[in-house]
Design a protein around this ligand. Structure first.
Ligand SMILES: Cc1ncc(COP(=O)(O)O)c(C=O)c1O
Length: 431
């Protein structure tokens, strides 16, 4: 494979027009390759104007009238419906609110309260030791509060944890470090067969890999609850709100039982502008909204989600997935060929059916410094402690030639040994 071959693949890539939706001109002019859209997606070209409009016109002129006139009050639900299309959920089933961490607190609380009623003898939440820390911390706190036990398994042990003690299985679909992806329907089915509830974290999936939360109507294979992130593959901007989903059979039951989630704020009330002293949960997923949503962030998030929906005209998520697999395949092949002999190991599965849209390489001692040296050479990935160099591939804007150039620069920093320079070993707050 040559750089020319990569350029030739870009020339026939049916998704290539989508790259124009992103403000990449400055990066392109500076020769910077960005392989970190799994951490913070690239700025969509439409976002600055839209945010400016919200500030100058909707806020500046419309002021309080914009809650009605500009549709601010229903914006969370409107964007929720758009994200729902990307994760196999229906309209009205998914809300945008708060952060992924806070949404996890809310949906896991719901799952715990259901488990307490339906399977009172089960007191076990199982997750993976390698799950993202916020998921583990929140699960641990809730488990302690409700007299549950949080059992952490190694990735290959999770199957064995599905037994008659299990109340809730909490997994991240695509692992943030390794990029390993669970077979969602299969795992949900196993959890349900054991009588447990299934909670999915889609932070590294939504917008990047096909997700079918509802399992096309097969209840046993569907998830029960899910959360996800707005600033990664959904390109919503730094700190963009996250989202929460519950299977409609659960929200129907919540309606029947007037169930309230623990962050029962006024905008999750059935009639917030009646300002009553008592809390009455809004129907369906709307009860998962807590307080006033951040309009500027929501406006930016909507632009980001629209970039993913724009792929519909080019084959949609299936085409995005095909390109993502091809990009990660090329990256792995090039690293193994051009960077061999430097102690790097490919951690991400070769099996594309269990690979997300990122590739993790491990190095025993130099991972952090290598990432910094690579960034200095204009190829941006990130480091995940203790030993991972992580590279994300966003098929909306990542080109095959970007993959070539990133690996070429990686080879250069390895062969020159420049990553050993002390300046690349200075730890920044964010890695
Ligand atoms: C898998 C996963 N879950 C949850 C989070 C936390 O998201 P937030 O900080 O937006 O709450 C992250 C952040 O990167 C993540 O990767």
């Amino acid at each position: 494979m040559t750089r020319h071959d990569c350029l030739a693949r870009d020339a026939v890539d049916a998704l290539s027009p989508l790259r124009a939706l992103f403000a990449l001109d400055r990066l392109d002019a500076e020769g910077i390759v960005y392989l970190d859209g799994n951490s913070l997606g690239v700025l969509p070209r439409a976002t600055p104007d839209r945010v400016r409009e919200v500030v100058a016109s909707e806020w500046g002129v419309g002021l309080i009238r914009s809650w009605n006139a500009a549709g601010w009050i229903t914006l969370s639900q409107r964007i929720g419906d758009k994200i729902a299309r990307l994760v196999g959920a229906g309209p009205g089933e998914l809300v945008v609110a708060d952060s992924t961490s806070i949404n996890l607190f809310k949906v896991l609380s719901a799952a715990i309260s259901m488990a307490k009623t339906d399977t009172p003898s089960r007191r076990r939440i199982v997750s993976e030791r390698s799950n993202f820390p916020t998921d583990l911390y929140i699960a641990d706190t809730l488990a302690r509060e409700h007299g549950f036990e949080l059992a952490l398994m190694d990735d290959d042990e999770v199957g064995t944890a599905v037994d008659d003690r299990l109340a809730i299985l909490l997994l991240t679909h695509v692992n943030y470090r390794t990029g390993r992806m669970h077979r969602m329907a299969e795992v949900s089915r196993a959890a349900h067969a054991a009588g447990a509830l299934m909670v999915w974290d889609l932070a590294h999936s939504a917008g990047a890999v096909p997700v079918d939360l509802r399992a096309s109507g097969v209840v046993d294979d569907a998830g029960d609850f899910a959360v996800g992130c707005g600033y990664k593959y959904l390109n919503g901007g730094p700190g963009a709100p996250g989202f929460a989903w519950a299977h409609p059979r659960h929200t129907a039951r919540m309606d029947r039982e007037q169930w309230r989630q623990p962050l029962s704020g006024w905008l999750g009330h059935a009639a917030p502008f009646e300002f009553t002293a008592d809390y009455r949960p809004a129907p369906g997923m709307s009860r998962f909204i807590c307080g006033t949503p951040p309009m500027l962030s929501l406006a930016a998030l909507e632009c980001g989600v629209d970039t993913v929906l724009a792929a519909d005209a080019h084959g949609g998520i299936t085409a995005l997935r095909r390109k993502s697999v091809a990009l990660t395949d090329v990256f792995i092949e090039l690293v193994e060929w051009r960077c061999r002999g430097h102690g790097l190991r490919v951690v991400t599965p070769r099996d594309v059916t269990v690979r997300g849209s990122q590739v993790a390489l491990a190095h025993d001692t130099g991972a952090y410094a290598m990432v910094q040296a690579l960034i200095a050479r204009g190829a941006i990935g990130d480091f995940r402690a203790p030993d991972i160099l992580r590279f994300g591939f966003t098929p909306l804007y990542t080109r095959f030639v970007d993959v070539w150039d990133a690996v070429d620069r990686l080879r250069q920093i390895l062969e020159t040994g420049e990553w050993r320079e002390p300046r690349f070993n200075v730890r920044a707050a964010v890695t």
